[in-house]
Design a protein around this ligand. Structure first.
Ligand code: B4P
Length: 191
């Protein structure tokens, strides 16, 4: 089990679980959100481009995101496997990832789908806002991000469901509990 995706609405625990899963499996976690935020912080041209979309809770254009992921997946550290967190988020990104993997002669093993209800998602992100102060964690922007997810990313889940590689995990409950569920669906010994 070395090539995975984790998909879920904002606040479902993708980033949180990605770190735990990749530590356990010895593969790299690649979070498009983290890469964008690092670029925003560093004031790079990519960061300046991404910031206006991120602050509004919109997706960064596919052309920009796809190029970034293509570059990242060509680095040496992905040879042992990877978990993509927050990518693909649109149908065009699914097409791009299919092309990248086909060119590399590899396939995805599993798509983890994390779910939680919207009230819980909003509550978690408002709590994160108090701690981290992210520009896209205000209540209006959070609701907009949830809406964008429904409209653009549900189709991504549907496309992988057709391929029979989706494993669903309930993201409600405490963080350790969710990790245990994830490891169970991946058939990985939690010890
Ligand atoms: P992301 O960084 O992916 O942000 P996110 O959807 O909020 O998820 P994140 O991983 O950070 O949060 P998590 O659910 O783990 O994207 C941010 C923005 O970047 C997007 O809006 C978009 O603009 C841009 N972007 C990224 N990828 C893109 C792409 N492919 N295409 C276009 N644009 C893209 O956790 C949330 C909070 O919940 C945390 O505070 C955590 O501590 C807490 N939490 C987690 N699990 C919990 C649990 N079980 N119980 C209680 N709290 C929990």
């Amino acid at each position: 089990m070395t090539r995975l995706l984790i998909i879920g609405p904002p606040g479902s625990g993708k980033g949180t679980q990605a770190v735990r899963i990749t530590d356990r499996l010895g593969i790299v976690a690649i979070s498009t959100g983290d890469i964008f935020r690092a670029n925003v912080k560093g004031g790079t041209p990519l960061g300046l481009e991404a910031k206006k979309y991120m602050d509004a809770g919109d997706y960064v254009p596919d052309s920009v995101t796809n190029r970034m992921v293509r570059d990242r997946l060509q680095q040496d550290d992905v040879a042992n496997g990877f978990l993509l967190d927050g990518y693909p988020r649109t149908s065009a990104q699914v097409d791009e990832l299919d092309d990248i993997l086909k060119e590399a002669g590899v396939e995805l093993d599993v798509v983890l789908q994390l779910t939680a209800d919207s009230d819980e998602l909003v509550a978690r992100l408002l709590k994160r806002a108090e701690i981290e102060g992210r520009a896209d964690d205000t209540e209006d922007v959070i609701r907009h991000r949830l809406d964008v997810y429904e409209k653009q990313t549900q189709v991504v889940v549907d496309r992988y469901l057709e391929r029979g590689i989706v494993r669903h995990v309930d993201g409600l409950g405490d963080i350790d509990e969710v990790t245990a569920r994830v490891l169970t669906v991946l058939d990985v010994d939690p010890a």
